[in-house]
Design a protein around this ligand. Structure first.
Ligand code: AMP
Length: 471
């Protein structure tokens, strides 16, 4: 999972991009990067680390320019090395230079790469973003495609999830896969700059008020100039030429959108709005359904696992009329426990990440709410903590169906063999975690929490992969 940002048409593009990326830090904490054009040169800075570490004020002042694209990375495909950081830059001898950042995973990466390598295209990383930008450069240089044409060809040939920003020295492009699996929103900032981001929480930090989703199979090109208002009246404040190309054939061929439902459950920030939904409202609805299915349980406290389950817990508490209790405290400086390479390190990190309020749980009957169980590492540790604090009963409620299948479209789910739901029965999992009862929301109830359930990919729960598995 990753986050992207694109800025066009302001003197401090790098500063704005850094602010936007910072708001998306939850989407990737391994590395980050930015490519900035001043019209003549595209400068690139990318490194392992958090946005605030990599982009200090001094560093930002070394990136002058009016166009910027950026990326925060959370490794899915490809290891966590500097080679795999984004954006990726292609410099051609003839002059044109392209930088691209992408969120999502490709399904036919291997065959496209093989094809390009056979044409002497050279790869430095095993990252999807590099494949996408090299594919585009190859189409432009060897087939004479215009950039938009190259992107349209990419949409026909490359299968997978990709929300992308691409910059040349003078233009910014945003485009998105026909199923629009990952979120991607854009709008106009108060100074007229165009901003595109993975999530609207990032647009909020930049005071962007007009918001739009990049359409499925949509290409939006922004270049310098005045007067073109193709995108409609809400864009009056945009300084620049803005052309929206939505290829109806590609869109029609794709059938329908297949947004990632896990974005609503866990990944996105609750203050974001995408796929036509307020993320926090979806989470509250999930909680309300969990509560409805628990009538008669009569707990003393509803305790969410912070922060990802707060709104699911709130929905449960409101519907059950039992108070929400913030009995678990999370240390925000620990970083990601989920992706630690070894299980022992993961276990230790979970203990450092969570603690309980003193004198809080003794003799209480708790409903503990979490968003998902993947390997089962996190929740087992948390339950132990609450039990040691004296809770009388713990009833665990999960805001997603059982995760039984890996995600191939941009979320780092472990191999199916590591998914606890694949290895044990629900009763065995309950017993291993050590709770008095365990219930997940079922897929039908989850679907009822969004307005257009058919427009979602739920393959991690159902195994129904809209684009198949990687080939
Ligand atoms: P686990 O300990 O493996 O069961 O991890 C489950 C917890 O990690 C959930 O409660 C989520 O908060 C979080 N989580 C779930 N999926 C992911 C993911 N793909 N990347 C990072 N964290 C995740």
């Amino acid at each position: 999972m990753c986050g992207i940002i694109g800025i066009f048409g302001t003197d401090n593009a790098a500063n704005m991009a850094a602010l936007g990326l910072f708001a998306e830090q939850h989407r990737g904490q391994e590395s980050c990067g930015m490519a900035v054009s001043d019209g003549l040169v595209i400068r690139l800075r990318k490194k392992m680390g958090l946005v605030k570490e990599v982009f200090s004020d001094d560093r930002l002042s070394e990136l002058p320019g009016t166009i910027a694209i950026g990326h925060v990375r959370y490794p899915t495909k490809g290891s966590a090395t500097e080679f795999n950081t984004q954006p990726h830059l292609v410099e051609t001898l003839a002059g044109p230079t392209y930088a691209l950042a992408s969120n999502g995973d490709l399904v036919n990466y291997a065959s496209i790469r093989k094809h390009l390598e056979a044409q002497n295209v050279y790869f430095k990383s095993d990252n999807d973003g590099e494949l996408l930008v090299k594919y585009l450069a190859y189409r432009i240089i060897h087939h004479g495609d215009e950039i938009s044409e190259a992107i349209r060809n990419l949409m026909k040939e490359v299968k997978g999830a990709y929300s992308c920003v691409l910059c040349t020295r003078t233009e910014l492009y945003m485009f998105r896969d026909p199923l629009s699996i990952r979120p991607m929103v854009w709008g106009i900032a108060p100074d007229g700059a165009v901003v595109v981001a993975s999530e609207s929480c990032s647009l909020d930090t930049l005071d962007v008020v007009d918001r739009h989703e990049v359409p499925p199979a949509g290409i939006i090109r922004i270049s310098k100039g005045q007067g073109n208002r193709d995108a409609g009246t809400t864009l009056e404040r945009c300084n620049d030429i803005l052309v929206i190309e939505n290829d109806p054939n590609l869109y029609r061929n794709s059938g329908t959108e297949k947004h990632c439902i896990f974005e609503h459950i866990y990944f996105s920030r609750p203050d974001s709005h995408h796929f036509g939904e307020d993320v926090y409202r979806v989470r509250e609805s999930i909680g309300a359904i969990l509560a409805k299915n628990d009538e008669g349980l009569n707990p003393d406290l509803i305790v969410p696992v912070p922060d990802s389950s707060n709104f699911i817990g709130l929905g449960y508490a409101t519907a059950s009329k039992v108070p929400l209790s913030l009995g678990l405290i999370r240390n925000h400086y620990i970083g990601r426990t989920f992706i630690k390479p070894e299980q022992t390190i993961r276990d230790e990190s979970v203990r450092q990440k969570f603690n309980v309020l003193p004198n809080f749980f003794k003799d209480k009957k708790i409903v503990l709410v979490d968003d998902s169980i993947v390997r089962g590492t996190t929740i087992r540790k948390i339950v132990k903590l609450i039990k040691n604090a004296g809770a009388a009963e713990i009833h665990l409620r999960i805001g997603s169906p059982q995760v039984c299948h890996s995600c191939y479209y941009g979320i780092d789910t472990p191999d199916a063999g590591e998914l606890v739901a694949n290895c044990f029965s629900l009763e065995e999992i309950r017993s291993k975690i050590g709770v008095d009862s365990l219930k997940h929301i079922n897929i039908g109830d989850l679907r009822s929490c969004v307005q257009k359930p058919d427009n979602y990919c739920d393959a991690c729960f159902t195994g129904d992969y809209p684009l198949g598995e990687p080939t």
